[in-house]
Design a protein around this ligand. Structure first.
Ligand SMILES: [Zn+2]
Ligand SMILES: [Zn+2]
Length: 243
């Protein structure tokens, strides 16, 4: 029942030793969706599932820590496989992929914006434009009655409540330590907790923490503003989300 989320990578900006940048595997029923394809996540995706069983890919924005493993995934489908896989992304990601690869077949590309909706197998998607220097889409994914919300990268001018209610699991970036709050278009642990609380999410996972910021301190900060359970994303962690 519901959905499962597997963390494929959770490092902000660049991968840590043995780690990977942003990426998540969403599964509901027989549907598998790769959400963000940061550096290192193709390898962790291949560990989690048979990549040939993937049903679709969604990319939040064009910063390299969120999409560059699509380049190597494209090599896989172009030279070793022939099946078409739908990819959903803001326009800039498509432009960058085309600049490197030219022809993108057999990827079935769909340019999306904050007004878009999409359905990949049993998972329904909707989006919200975040507070970030490039067009960035937060994602709501629903399957078998369960809903997850993913902030992608955002500053505090965005609210997770724009993704609707009934959120079982909020995956929220917590890049900044408290001293750097509002310095760039990212969130602190405290702000990550606030936006998940405002949306009424039942549980919170903190992700995309600056490699130089102590993770336990981010967790403690988020617990001051979010009333439900809070955890730190780690590669391979798996969350069951119920309706
Ligand atoms: Zn990022
Ligand atoms: Zn970014």
């Amino acid at each position: 029942m519901g959905m499962t989320v597997t963390v494929l990578g959770c490092d902000a900006s660049y991968p840590s030793p043995g780690g990977a940048c942003s990426g998540y595997l969403l599964q509901s029923g027989s549907t598998s969706l790769w959400m963000d394809a940061g550096s290192g996540t193709m390898a962790t995706l291949s560990k989690a599932i048979d990549v040939d069983s993937l049903d679709g890919i969604v990319i939040s924005h064009a910063h390299p820590d969120h999409w560059t493993d699509l380049l190597v995934y494209h090599h896989l489908v172009r030279y070793y496989r022939t099946r078409s896989v739908p990819v959903y992304s803001p326009r800039r990601v498509l432009e960058l992929m085309e600049a490197v690869n030219g022809e993108l077949l057999p990827l079935d590309w769909h340019v999306i914006d904050e007004t878009s909706t999409a359905k990949v197998g049993g998972i329904s998607l909707s989006f919200s434009r975040t507070d970030h220097p490039v067009e960035t889409l937060a994602v709501r994914a629903e399957g078998l009655g369960a809903a997850i919300a993913y902030s992608a990268d955002t500053g505090p001018a965005w609210s997770m409540s724009s993704l609707g209610d009934g959120i079982g699991l909020a995956i929220v970036e917590a890049t900044l330590d408290p001293e750097h709050e509002n310095a760039t278009q990212h969130l602190s642990g405290r702000q990550a907790g606030s936006t998940a609380e405002a949306a009424g999410a039942r549980a919170l996972v903190l992700t995309h923490i600056d490699p130089d910021v102590p993770k336990e301190a981010q967790l403690a900060e988020a617990q001051t503003t979010f009333r439900g359970p809070v955890s730190l994303a780690t590669v391979g962690a798996r969350y069951e989300v119920l309706p």
